[in-house]
Ligand binder design. Structure first.
Ligand code: ATP
Length: 364
């Protein structure tokens, strides 16, 4: 097991693309760190640099105390699991698991022991004589994990390992990965663009956008205290409602103007306005869908809107509404139970003043 540390790591490809921009990041020994971000933000590049498949153009990479920038992949003892399972179709599960050990010329008895141990850990014992085509997607994924773990790697890198599985299997295998990590205590870096995976799996989550690290935090903290509008909009499902508003400071808090409507924001712990001495005249306002409340008519911090679209999920209803007088601003509200709204019917949505986030940067 090992600690991974990146210090000012940048990657510029020969065509000029800056895939990573001065990344400082430490993954603790035994930690499962999830790296999340939109397509093309640099997640895979980061993993490939840790694995040694790609060279950083700037910065330092440490495994424990060792500077490993110049180490070839095989010296790093880092295992990688990709989204394509890359199992050998003509080898049984047993031989697929043994393959990385044979490559390292381990003794036959040691290979057998290690394969048995990993097969037991991943509950693959009954499948050892099958070929990959005789396995379900989840079982294949488990074999791919097994092949990474059988080497006793210091660090395991997983690049979207669940993206080929259907939704139901994804949930099962996700729980399985968490339990494997708990049992083996392997340091893991897990890349995904799926924020549910990030929130449920990660001890901490690193959010990347366009090659820059935005925030590294425990999941609950990331949800509660996003560092900026990008993280706020990326973490949460449905995403936080983010929109521009005119702002003015007052004794009670910050007064926000959206078309004909007024809102008050009064919880400075949710304001990300550092570096601004005064309240900027235009702000990005954030309200989570679960914090909007349905009101029966006009009132404090209540906005009139038109029901545009409704989604019934059984245990809750998602109401998409356009703000009256500012129809380009659309909010989604997450309401309990089954609720019905006629299309274009007026609705009143209350945004509690203590739940409103403010960001200095524009709407991402
Ligand atoms: P995805 O979620 O779509 O897999 P990602 O976050 O893993 O994306 P990367 O694959 O790391 O993103 O790519 C980061 C950026 O670097 C992208 O803009 C990509 O087009 C670019 N890139 C990746 N590999 C190369 C390459 N060999 N040459 C030039 N640009 C590259």
């Amino acid at each position: 097991m090992a600690r991974v540390r990146l210090e000012g790591v940048s990657k510029r490809f020969p065509d000029g693309t800056l895939a990573l921009d001065r990344i400082d990041l430490a993954v603790e020994d035994g930690e499962l760190l999830v790296v999340v971000g939109p397509s093309g933000c640099g997640k895979s590049t980061l993993l490939r640099i840790v694995a040694g498949l790609e060279e950083a153009t700037e910065g330092k990479l440490f495994l424990d105390q060792e500077l490993v920038n110049d180490w070839p992949p095989q010296r790093r003892n880092v295992a990688m699991v990709f989204q394509e399972y890359a199992l050998y179709p003509f080898l049984t599960v047993r031989d697929n698991l043994a393959f990385p050990l044979r490559m390292r010329r381990l003794r036959r008895t040691e290979i057998q022991e290690r394969v048995q141990r990993v097969a037991k850990l991943l509950e693959l014992e009954a499948l050892l004589d099958r070929y990959p085509r005789e396995l379900s997607g989840g079982q294949r994924q488990r074999v791919a994990m097994g092949r990474a773990l059988v080497r006793d790697p210091s660090v395991s890198l997983l690049d979207e390992p669940l993206s080929n599985l259907d939704a139901k299997l994804r949930v099962t295998v996700r729980a399985e990965i968490a339990s494997i990590q708990e049992r083996t205590r392997t340091t893991m870096i897990y890349v995904t663009h799926d924020q549910t995976e990030a929130m449920t799996l990660g001890h901490r989550v690193a959010v990347l956008d366009r090659g820059r690290l935005q925030q590294v935090e425990r999941p609950a903290e990331l949800y509660e205290n996003p560092a900026n509008a990008f993280v706020a909009g990326f973490i949460g499902n449905p995403p936080m409602n983010l929109f521009a508003a005119h702002a003015e400071g007052s004794a009670e808090g910050v007064c926000l103007r959206i078309g004909p409507h007024r809102l008050l924001a009064n919880a400075p712990r949710h304001w990300r306005l550092a570096g601004h001495e005064d309240i900027p005249p235009t702000l990005t306002v954030g309200i989570r869908p679960e914090h909007l409340e349905l009101a029966s008519g006009p009132g404090a911090n209540t906005v009139e809107a038109l029901a545009v679209h409704v989604e019934h999920l059984g245990h809750e209803t998602l109401l998409y509404a356009a703000i009256r007088g500012e129809l380009s601003v659309r909010w989604v509200a997450r309401l309990p139970g089954m609720q019905n709204f006629a299309k274009d019917a007026p609705v009143w949505l209350r945004a509690p003043a203590a739940r409103i986030y403010l960001f200095a940067e524009p709407v991402p």
